[in-house]
Design a protein around this ligand. Sequence first.
Ligand code: C5P
Length: 233
Amino acid sequence: MTVTPRDRLIVALDLPNTAAAEAMVAKLGDEVSFYKIGMELTYGGGLGLARELVQAGKKVFLDLKLHDIPNTVARATAQVADMGATFLTIHAYPQTMRAAVGALGGSPMQLLAVTVMTSYDDSDLKEAGYGYGVKDLVKRRALQAKEAKVHGLILSAEEAAELRQVVGPQMLLVTPGIRPADAEIGDQKRVMTPARAIAAGADHLVVGRPVTQAPDPAAAAKAIVAEIAAAVR
Ligand code: C5P
């Protein structure tokens, strides 16, 4: 299946309620084909919106970061797969990853593993009882994700080039922290332009505020898709 430049842009619907999210989807129209719904919107009616988007022919990335005992992870994964989601995030614990992969059955849904959350630095990991620093733990979990046959990884664009070397060409690399050259950085600390992220090996870019807070969101999305199209080889 060929991935179009438009399908490489995933717009994060980080909006307070489903009415605001629906209004944004209507505004973006055909410029955007793929949406990410995170925990906040999920707990505010976002699952209904996810179903509507799937019915309307959009792709949906449910960023739920599942992590629980294997039986619960497996059952939750199967539920999300039944909804017709395209991507679902899970934490990159081997037990969790194996349970989620095992629950997919014939579903085409793809799982993305969160290796180490970007809010963690080495001292946070130590405090949480880990014997690895961020860099080593990211690498270790990326390889464990590959071993578990997880389809892809969520990672900062900065890590993309190095992790592409570690996991090889097959795994999907999905990167937030994307800022077009003229966009506000906001609270993101390390950002990359769409073109550079694609060149670094990212397959899909998650973009929130540069689209949703733009004066003309559809025009902003269109410009990012054009930048992606020019950057894909
Ligand atoms: O508005 P912005 O483009 O910064 O939104 C980025 C999206 O990606 C948000 O939904 C945010 O939660 C998510 N994300 C991130 N950094 C991570 C993981 C997820 O920005 N490390």
